[in-house]
Design a protein around this ligand. Structure first.
Ligand code: HEM
Length: 321
């Protein structure tokens, strides 16, 4: 009996300690990120061609050879990470990647801030219940549903709608739909907002197991924001990246500040994207708040881009109804 009580108390204490350490870590990362915003404000942007120093992978936009994934290679829902594996910047088989290496390589390739490059793999390690400092992942682990990966992504079908739930490959039909929206010679924030609205509406309609929390909506808009702040809206670079998960020769991050793209600075783009998504209250909530709204795009608008009015896929009924 004493043992049982002792075990219960020690688990509660560990749980509380874990939450406190997590809150302190997030607080520390936010202070760090704000410090980097200040340093970036006081620094010049690096010149084109000099973002990656000589002797480092990608200097002058020269990337290691692109080789598409082969049988048994591990890939995920993130085009940025898959492209790194396809160029051998991360292990080409996408397996046994230390979280610390994900941090280093993401920063070196895309010029994200050290705060973002620490936070996202740390968060992923938490989702997977592994140690950030000693743990590893296979890229496919990143696609754990409703970890960071969520429904209504721009470039992947929802886990429930995709064949075997596969999130590892580009979906050319969805990338086609996106480029039909783009009317100018660069991808804009408005294009990303418009397509997010369409994808939220079409997933909501077609996926009988659709979920999209406010947290995941903000993650979705963050991905859109990183796309445009890093790839810079350049259409040829984005087409190679989204269809083939390839970096074009000469690619360099559009963020040229020495401390990279900070989490704080891309929130302005996140807000512009969320503000550009027209939304109506969900029919089943009536609350009308941000967490209960979905894209307002109608069936004709979504099917014009994504081809046909697909019937909603529902969970099969056990009684055969
Ligand atoms: C350590 C680093 C990273 C992790 C763990 C990560 C994780 C993920 C995950 C889980 C998704 C799927 C989200 C969804 O369901 O739509 C995703 C998608 C995405 N990520 Fe990453 N990512 C990382 C780095 C990056 C970087 C550096 C960029 C930009 C250069 C980026 C841009 C994107 C984009 C554009 C998508 C596609 C979103 C969509 O289809 O709607 N990610 N990432």
């Amino acid at each position: 009996m004493v043992n049982v009580v002792f075990n219960a108390i020690s688990r509660i204490v560990l749980g509380i300690t874990d939450s406190v350490v997590h809150a302190l870590t997030v607080g520390y990362i936010l202070v760090w990120d704000n410090g980097l915003i200040l340093l970036n404000t006081l620094s010049w942007s690096k010149r084109k061609g000099s973002l990656i120093p000589p002797g480092h992978v990608g200097h002058g936009g020269n990337w290691p050879a692109y080789i598409p994934p082969g049988e048994g290679d591990s890939r995920c829902a993130c085009p940025a990470l898959n492209a790194m594996a396809n160029h051998g910047i991360l292990p080409r088989d996408g397996r046994n990647i230390p979280f610390t290496e994900l941090n280093r390589a993401t920063r070196a390739t895309y010029n994200f801030s050290p705060s973002f490059c620490f936070y996202v793999p740390l968060y992923m390690a938490g989702v997977l219940g592994r140690s950030y400092h000693n743990g590893t992942l296979d890229l496919e682990d990143i696609s754990v549903h409703n970890g960071i990966e969520h429904d209504a992504s721009l470039f992947r079908h929802d886990t429930y709608l995709a064949e075997n739930g596969d999130q590892s490959k580009p979906c050319p039909d969805l990338v086609d739909g996106f480029f039909k929206i783009v009317k100018g010679d660069k991808v804009t924030v408005d294009d990303l907002a418009k397509y997010s609205e369409i994808r939220r509406a079409s997933s909501r309609r077609d996926n009988g197991q659709f979920t999209l929390s406010t947290f995941h909506k903000l993650f979705a808009s963050s991905n859109c924001a990183t796309l445009i702040r890093i790839m810079g809206g350049d259409i040829p670079a984005l087409k190679a990246w989204l269809y083939e998960e390839r970096l074009i020769d000469g690619f360099e991050s559009a963020t040229r500040k020495p401390w990279g793209l900070t989490m704080g600075s891309f929130q302005t783009t996140v807000l512009r994207i969320e503000a550009g998504i027209r939304a109506v209250p969900s029919e089943d909530s009536g609350l009308g708040d941000l967490g209960s709204t979905y894209g307002q795009a109608g069936v004709s608008e979504t099917s014009a881009l994504l081809g046909g009015e697909s019937a909603r896929k529902r969970v099969p009924q056990v009684n055969g109804e």
